[in-house]
Design a protein around this ligand. Sequence first.
Ligand code: UD1
Ligand code: CA
Length: 480
Amino acid sequence: MNQLSQNNLGPVDVVIMAAGKGTRMKSSLPKVLHRLGGTSLIGHVVRTAARIRARHVVVVTGHGAAEVEEALGKSNADVHLQFVRQTPQLGTGHAVQQAVPVLPDDGIVLVLSGDVPLIGEETLQALLAASAGRRLALLTITFDDPTGYGRIVRGDAQGAQGDHDAVLAIVEHKDATDAERAIREVYSGVMAVPAKLLKDWLARLDNRNAQGEFYLTDIVKLAAIDGVPVVAHVITDALQVAGINSPVQLAALERALQLRHAHAFMERGVRLADPARFDVRGTLVCEADVDIDINCVFEGAVSLGAGVRVGANCVIANARIETGAVIHPFTHIDGERAGVTVGAGALVGPFARLRPGARLGADVHIGNFVEVKNSTLAAGAKANHLAYLGDATVGERVNYGAGSITANYDGANKHRTIIGDDVHVGSNCVLVAPITIGAGGTVGGGSTVTKSTEPGSLTVSRGRQVNIPNWSRPQKKPKA
Ligand code: UD1
Ligand code: CA
């Protein structure tokens, strides 16, 4: 299926360069797999490439190729990726050369870098329009501190009359003269170029430069020689072209990205105690009047209903928190694949832990040091202190005492515990599953219950209390 890009310039094929070692990260993990806002650097780029509806998306891998390919293969069901390998890695020009065999001649090639994660879809569309299928279009930006980037050298165009500002070359930082280093307009690492021209130029690259590499950026000189127009599409949004080469740059971009998220949420009415201490590493959806205290982290898909309050230092992943629920400080919620639901008006924490498959109904209370896994608690049920509920179905208004646990694992298999409506489980009970506690029943504190009970009954299963009157305690022997 040939999908045309929306601007009708003809087919667009994307090449994402991701073979470099990322030496400056000083990490065994391939650079492009480091995470920004919860997604790998290259994951961001692939997602954007998918949105512009490219015909082919080719990823050039090399350093850590198997790891990068596996990570991308797993997380991108919605876009068909082709991988080409670059071994050894001889530079960005050499990287794109590896993709030549899979690039048809009739397309525009959009070259992206796996380490420039926040490039925007509209920016790419504008760059494609600037190329118009016949020009070499470079995405550029002006930085106060251009250190490390390729500089955009401008001057009189060959043959063209009156164009004193034409782009003549990109000079890499390491190859630049002092005068060139003073240039503040830099190449972002993103370009759009007609495939036919690109292939011709790639074949003519050499590696006579400071790094002994085949620079993709040298095609600009070749375009100038061939009289092919080079256009610079200049943007001002530095986040979109920020490249990640070191942990310092990764952290700086993470903070900038999170601050941008925070401001967007506040503009929609979410109240954040401190926008600098707020982290979204997935998709967070907030209804009206949500209040979030400091140091909260949201991962995966999380939704917060109207009026939800989240206390300080909570980590919430893959969960739905319904209207008016309150999550007190230091609560950890992770629904992983099964998800977690916290019903309307429920109170959770402080120091609570909700694990996959925890489904809390309306007005449920989960207190400190209570762990809930794969369990449903119906409306009004309470487990307020130091308890474990695993693989349980808990009825309405149940009171589950401090220190009580469901013994759901027999060493080989998991079993369910069913607790009927209005049951009262005392403190320090062990409910050995599979077991059913009949509705309205009471389990005396300290009981280990191994057999199901009838509705309305009192169950006590512990050693009987013995009282010995006039008991005299042992005395210390007098010293000899
Ligand atoms: C590159 C540009 C520079 C630009 C900067 C923007 C070149 C020569 N320089 O420099 O002009 O200002 O990006 O961020 O293109 N890669 C490969 N194979 C290789 C080498 C690199 O796939 O052999 C990949 C890397 O994994 C990375 C991307 O290409 O994703 C850029 O490589 P990097 O070494 O980071 O280039 P820069 O020095 O940042
Ligand atoms: Ca880079």
